[in-house]
Design a protein around this ligand. Structure first.
Ligand SMILES: Cc1cc2nc3c(=O)[nH]c(=O)nc-3n(C[C@H](O)[C@H](O)[C@H](O)COP(=O)(O)OP(=O)(O)OC[C@H]3O[C@@H](n4cnc5c(N)ncnc54)[C@H](O)[C@@H]3O)c2cc1C
Length: 302
């Protein structure tokens, strides 16, 4: 029986592991991938994590692992398939067995939906991005495109318009789903142009993104020169295994405050799985620390 099981070895899970290990907890981290870092591994360059500007995502993931190793954090490379909440015991099932703990931190992160077009995978991190807040600053004075029509796409376009010379918002329909207030902001920005009823067919470039091949609903093809394309067509939190145990919003994000306390006693939510305004490495790491502080309080009640 562990004090604490942490699911996910991204920034939230590894931060929780480091705080938990330093607090002397008997803990176990479960991670389905062979490497720590989570989404950080998909990031070519992280330029906004305090103290280590410009670090490569893989190197940052390696540092997370090394930091854990230094403190003796045990990591099992297994996917958690189901969680059972038996009150004072939380059971975690994987393909190979069942693990038990008094408390659980769910830090399984989120996945960005892909467009699924030619060039997207090849040019990921070379102009194709899924995070404007993360990568936008690399495109100062340049032309970028945002793909999508919801709040995230509209917010990305507003954010990028601050420093990009021109921002195209490419949407497959003739109206945006984004909040009216965001639509109003977009309309006021002279460097944002919305391309309605248009889809991206291909992202092209050599070393980096150079142009997008577009197609309108009436079948007309055109090419758009842009150095960056931000894909904002959806993000899905990895919360399926705990959705029946803790309260989530309509998009599957776990309802928990800054203390990471969920509606289930002894189950805590940290990082991108939590409903919150900003999903970044630094906020995920902060959640990991807060979740352990809350778990410590909970464990003391035994
Ligand atoms: C392309 C890209 C670029 C980004 N760039 C930046 C940036 O420059 N700066 C920044 O601050 N943020 C950036 N972000 C956002 C940042 O990476 C995330 O906010 C952060 O990684 C969230 O951390 P997390 O620990 O909550 O989740 P994740 O990083 O998603 O980690 C979750 C971990 O849980 C594991 N997992 C999931 N389900 C299970 C399961 N059932 N069993 C076991 N393990 C499981 C996953 O394999 C993963 O390792 C970027 C995101 C993307 C996609």
């Amino acid at each position: 029986m562990y004090d604490l099981i942490i699911v996910g070895a991204g920034p939230a899970g590894m931060s929780a592991a480091i705080y938990g290990a330093r607090a002397g907890m008997e803990l176990l981290v479960m991670e389905k991938k062979p490497m720590c870092g989570g989404q950080v591994l998909d990031t070519y360059e992280v330029d906004n994590y305090l103290g280590i500007p410009g670090i490569n995502g893989y190197d940052l993931g390696t540092r997370f692992r090394e930091h854990g190793e230094k403190l003796g954090v045990p990591i099992k490379e297994e996917e958690v398939l189901a969680v059972e909440d038996a009150g004072s015991v939380k059971r975690v099932r994987t393909a190979s067995g069942v693990y038990e703990a008094r408390a659980l931190i769910w830090a399984a992160g989120a996945r960005h939906a892909r467009l699924g077009v030619e060039g997207e995978t090849e040019l990921a991190g070379k102009g194709v991005s899924y995070c404007a807040v993360c990568d936008g600053a690399f495109y100062r004075g340049r032309t970028t495109a945002v793909v999508g029509g919801g709040d995230a796409a509209a917010e990305d376009a507003v954010f990028l318009a601050r420093f990009c010379e021109k921002v195209y918002l490419i949407h497959r329909r003739d109206s945006l789903r984004a909040a009216k207030s965001l639509q109003k902001k977009l309309a006021e920005l002279p460097n944002v142009e919305i391309l309605w009823n248009t889809v991206v067919q291909k992202i092209a470039g050599g070393e980096n993104v150079e142009e997008l091949v577009l197609r309108t609903a009436s079948g007309e093809e055109s090419s758009l020169r842009a150095q960056g394309v931000f894909i904002a067509v959806g993000i899905r939190p990895d919360t399926e295994a705990v959705r029946d145990l803790v309260e989530c919003d309509e998009n599957g994000y776990i309802l928990a405050g800054e203390d990471c306390v969920t509606t289930a006693s002894g189950i805590f939510a940290a990082g991108d799985v939590r409903k919150k305004p900003l999903r970044q490495i630094i906020t995920a790491a902060a959640d990991g620390a807060n979740a352990v502080a809350s778990a410590e309080g909970f464990l003391l009640s035994f």
